[in-house]
Design a protein around this ligand. Structure first.
Ligand SMILES: [Zn+2]
Length: 237
């Protein structure tokens, strides 16, 4: 058998196998499975996001705690100074009181910030149980669906396997170069071959240039349709 004829015969079986694979992919259960998987992924991302937010909050709270400690030390230093060396003028006394006040206000504002950080952290953390529950629940649903899907596709997969084996038999003897060209075209368009009829590609109904027609007639290697890219072949006899 002519190489092109052989490739053509291979394509018939190859396309049949692809159709079965497509049937498996288009299963309603599979679509549900994918939706559930996406939901689980989103929840996992949210969980990760919370972890990150909490980590950032903890870092920020540490920084502020240090600042509070520092301000408290300052406050103590001022008080110590007051005890050891009481101000002798009213002006000096006022200045010291101002300094103390400033220090206290700083501490208060830091403490307020810490409370806010804790509040938002708690809010994040409070979402964790429902997220975890969602993940666990959907994961269980996913597993049940997956089992049903496997059962559903088992027979189709066997059918596909048989069909692929049949195609493989037809592929025996086809040159690797031709097979490679076939697969390259198939990645772009399927079916990847088209018959030439009345000078036209029957894949896309475009008239082919004379040079291409001549090359096909003379069996000069692989000729692809200029419009759709399919490998063209002429039926002999
Ligand atoms: Zn074409």
């Amino acid at each position: 058998m002519d190489q092109m004829e052989q490739l053509w015969a291979y394509m018939q079986e190859d396309i049949k196998a692809d159709k079965i694979a497509q049937q498996i992919r288009r299963s309603a259960l599979r679509q549900k499975l994918e939706k559930t998987r996406d939901f689980i992924l989103r929840q996992q991302n949210e969980y990760k996001n919370i972890e990150e937010q909490v980590a950032v909050s903890i870092d920020r709270a540490d920084v502020i705690s240090d600042a509070i400690r520092h301000a408290e030390e300052q406050l103590q230093a001022i008080q110590q100074r007051f005890d050891e060396n009481p101000p002798d003028t009213q002006e000096a006394a006022h200045a010291m009181v101002d300094e103390l006040e400033k220090c206290r206000r700083t501490i208060q504002s830091y403490e307020k910030e810490i409370r806010e950080i804790h509040k938002s952290s708690n809010l994040y953390v409070s979402k964790v149980p429902s997220i975890t529950q969602n993940i666990v629940q959907r994961k269980a649903e996913f597993d049940t669906m997956k089992a049903a899907y496997s059962k559903e596709t088992e027979s189709l997969k066997k059918e596909e396997e048989t069909q692929r084996a049949l195609a493989a038999e037809k592929a025996v003897g086809i040159s690797p170069e031709l097979m490679e060209a076939y697969n390259a075209v198939k990645r772009q368009i399927s079916p990847p071959m088209a018959l030439l009829h009345g000078g036209m590609c029957t894949g896309c109904n475009t008239t082919q240039p004379n040079a291409a027609l001549r090359r096909i007639e003379q069996g000069e290697g692989i000729v692809e349709c200029e419009t759709c890219g399919r490998i063209l072949m002429m039926r002999k006899g």
